[in-house]
Design a protein around this ligand. Structure first.
Ligand SMILES: Nc1ncnc2c1ncn2[C@@H]1O[C@H](COP(=O)(O)OP(=O)(O)O)[C@@H](O)[C@H]1O
Ligand SMILES: [Mg+2]
Length: 322
């Protein structure tokens, strides 16, 4: 099932998948710090950790029961709101991941509509937020497909090193495959230059090449290579709390403002920041929303994607690994 029409109309959040099949390019660092800055700017933000290595969960020090993770929501029958945890930033909430998520790859393979599980979870919670980030793992597999199908936008961190450009072509081809085979409109594909060192010639050249050759938007903000960014997760803090004046912090702040600025019309319609008293009421609000949702479901017949929708991923990069 794809999201019901009524839910689509109510969409509030911009859902951004942070994606690159290469590991160590700055996906998690970007997802955590961007989410934290947007929360600080008064946006309600949810960060979904969708990597079995759960770096975002541990990097933000999110505590949770063993059965309250994204895996348990998607495949373990856990109620979706149970896996949404607070962080110590007022407006930032996190859905943790755990190594169990690796099992989801195997379990999903034989399920109908296996690509849409995360999309359905996001559809249930997106009205509560202004931004939802999905931190993906370093692969192009069924979890990645779920992540992309749940998102409206893709943010691709590109590390300033020689092999980055090669990987980019493959990733863009995969996104095209998903768009063509599953009919999902990912209209906004954006690259972010990370680990930039302006003193290194290679770094400058890669950044220039990305700006010249990347067929979609490349953010103006460039994330410098910065020790503070690497250190912050071991203190379980986003950079804005760990070293707010460091070059890395300033770059992520600039990126957050760029992302807000580029969509002024969407920014206008968002919620004010949640007050502490509101947060106490939040569980109750959630119940009311759930009831409303159930009512909507009664009123409208569900919009089903035909089970036998013909598609297959011709590319071995999908077929082999799922
Ligand atoms: N701009 C940066 N400068 C220095 N170190 C960074 C930077 N961005 C990320 N790192 C570090 O590099 C490693 C990989 O980054 P990470 O965000 O976990 O990548 P990914 O999620 O793509 O695997 C981590 O140790 C992280 O702290
Ligand atoms: Mg990561």
């Amino acid at each position: 099932m794809v999201p019901q029409k009524s839910r689509i109309v109510n969409m509030m959040a911009r859902v951004i998948a942070v994606c690159n099949q290469k590991g160590g390019v700055g996906k998690t660092t970007t997802a955590m710090n961007l989410a934290a800055y947007l929360a600080m700017l008064g946006k309600r933000v949810l960060l979904i950790d969708f990597d079995p290595q759960y770096n975002a969960t541990s990097g933000l020090g999110v505590e949770h029961a063993p059965d309250e993770t994204i895996y348990h929501v998607l495949l373990g029958g856990q109620a979706h709101e149970r896996a949404i945890r607070r962080s110590y930033l007022a407006n930032l909430e996190v859905v943790p991941a755990s190594p169990d998520l690796a099992g989801a790859l195997i379990e999903l393979v034989n399920l109908p509509e296996r690509e849409w599980y995360l999309n359905r979870f996001v559809a249930k919670v997106r009205d509560w937020y202004d931004f939802i980030f999905i931190d993906l793992g370093p692969s192009l597999n069924l979890l990645t497909v779920n992540g992309l199908l749940a998102a409206d936008e893709v943010l691709i961190p590109v590390q300033c090193e020689y092999y980055s450009l090669e990987g980019l072509t493959q990733l863009l081809q995969s996104i095209e495959l998903i768009k063509n085979n599953l009919g999902h409109s990912l209209n906004s594909i954006n690259a972010l230059i990370t680990m930039y060192d302006k003193r290194e010639k290679l770094s400058r050249e890669i950044a220039r090449e990305v700006r010249r050759r990347f067929p979609y938007r490349v953010y103006e903000a460039e994330i410098p290579r910065s020790v503070s960014l690497a250190e912050a997760p071991s203190y379980q803090k986003p950079i804005m709390l760990y070293a707010p004046q460091s070059p890395g912090a300033l770059a992520y702040e600039e990126l957050a403002e760029e992302i807000l600025g580029g969509n002024a019309e969407k920014v206008m319609g968002t919620h004010p920041p949640m007050r502490p008293v509101e947060r106490k009421l939040a569980p109750l609000e959630n119940e009311v929303r759930l009831l409303n949702e159930e009512l909507e479901m009664l009123e409208e017949p569900p919009f089903e994607l035909p089970v036998d929708t013909p598609y297959h991923f011709g590319s071995p990069m999908f077929g082999d690994r799922i």
